[in-house]
Design a protein around this ligand. Structure first.
Ligand SMILES: [Cu+2]
Length: 428
């Protein structure tokens, strides 16, 4: 077998789409090991469009051949860093979970090769696409499952612009619990339609990985311990840098087992699209939280008018935490000093915790098993942020260059605009 990573490194992968091929005649299947956010992939040919930015992810290059855009997905076991200090052994596509984002244009004919390098069969379902029934990817119903080691071909015309995703419809519970999913963005044929300055996409995922382990428990139904955006958890989730005045779209898909109310600070937005299509402008209303139902996508849009580091997070407070034991008793207001003294005679390291709340855990460096993240972490300019899971920031800046997606660092607040301690009088 060709070592794909070595081949790609030599080939300078993003240089051109047209040359992507391997010895078998299949389009090359590029692969990524890093969880960094790649800059948007500007199309080298075909109808021009404004590409999306996949949070902690990337877009799959394609090749043009005989009027088709050809993509190559490889379903395979992957290693994914969820945040610095923790790596999970997941299943995904082309070296990553989630798989690379597929981008094309309304009216494109797409041919997607899917090679199965998993230890069991799989399929790919193109969630939200209107396509011939036999291309829908439901194993057993619309096609045979793709056996281990085989490559299947999906061909269809993408009929409408919008926000879609892909995932297996084959041993679905296991394969999605292992991280198999990806975004599928279809741009309008007329690039002036639905135009925004910055367009982000990520998928919500949930994992149940016991402390010190690497592989998710695949039979967990509700009690997940890691709530992820594109298989990353805070502080591993990249910020969304935008220029003040930019019109911003954030596309979010939910492939977890529960709903997620996603909340943006400092701005109001409108839901402008779902995986069913665009919302008519007359049917939109202002919101600061959008609930993501299971198996659905939402695109929100707003003008980033207010400079600052604005929190963007799931509003279920347990979903903005990393792994924790939900059996922890509430100790607030309990005086257990006497008990603690008795326990300390048996367990010298015993610490009294939680009788004043749990905020101390944000700063405490407790010994943890290897490959385990603290429940809350991340440090901001004012101290511990005390979050985890589905949390990141929208960083609105005056001086960001167009097309610059690098983290601009912490916001520098103008004098007199930060909450302050009362010391007997307000400054005049
Ligand atoms: Cu949530």
């Amino acid at each position: 077998m060709i070592d794909r990573r070595a081949f790609l490194g030599a080939a300078g992968l993003l240089a051109t789409h047209a040359a992507l091929a391997d010895a078998s005649g299949l389009p090359e299947a590029p692969s990524r090991a890093s969880a960094a956010t790649e800059p948007p992939l500007t199309p080298a040919d075909g109808v021009p469009y404004n590409p999306v930015v996949t949070l902690n992810g990337w877009t799959l290059p394609w090749r043009s051949r005989g009027g088709w855009k050809e993509f190559h997905l490889v379903a395979e076991p992957v290693e994914r860093e969820l945040a610095p200090g923790m790596t999970a052994r997941l299943w995904g596509y082309n070296g990553q979970s989630p798989g690379p984002t597929i981008e094309c244009v309304e009216g494109d004919r797409v041919r997607i090769f899917v090679t199965n390098r998993l230890p069991e069969h799989t399929t790919v379902h193109w969630h939200g696409q209107v396509l011939p029934n036999g291309m829908d990817g439901v194993g057993g119903l619309t096609q045979p499952h793709i056996p281990v080691g085989k490559t299947f071909v999906y061909e269809f015309t993408v009929r409408r612009a919008g926000t879609f995703m892909y995932h297996p419809h084959s041993d679905e519970m296991v394969q999605m619990a292992m991280g198999m999913m990806g975004a599928f963005i279809v741009h309008p044929r007329n690039p002036a339609l639905h135009r925004v300055d910055r367009d982000f996409v990520f998928l919500l995922g949930a994992y149940d990985i016991p402390a010190g382990a690497h592989v998710p428990r695949v039979a967990t139904m509700t009690d997940f311990n890691l709530w992820a955006w594109n298989s990353r958890v805070f502080p591993g989730i990249a910020p969304l840098p935008v220029r003040r005045g930019d019109r911003v779209r954030i596309r979010i898909g939910n492939l977890t087992m529960t709903n997620h109310p996603i909340h943006l600070h400092g701005h109001e937005f409108a839901v402008t699209g779902t995986d069913g299509g665009w919302v008519a402008p007359t049917a939109r209303w202002p919101e600061v939280t959008v609930d993501l139902p299971v198996g659905a996508m939402r695109a929100i849009e707003f003008v980033a008018e207010h400079a600052g580091d604005w929190a963007l997070h799931c509003h279920k407070s347990h979903h903005a935490m990393n792994a924790m034991g939900h059996g922890v008793p509430t100790m607030i207001a309990a005086d257990h000093r006497g008990v603690a003294r008795s326990i300390a005679r048996l367990v010298p390291d015993y610490m009294v915790m939680g009788e004043r709340g749990m905020a101390d855990m944000g700063a405490m460096q407790m010994p943890l098993p290897d490959n385990t993240l603290p429940m809350m972490s991340g440090n901001g300019p004012f101290g511990p942020i005390e979050m985890g899971g589905m949390f990141t920031t929208l960083k609105v800046r005056e001086d960001l260059a167009r097309g610059d997606y690098r983290d601009p660092g912490w916001y520098r607040h103008p004098p007199g605009t930060v909450a302050y301690e009362w010391k007997g009088k307000v400054p005049s």
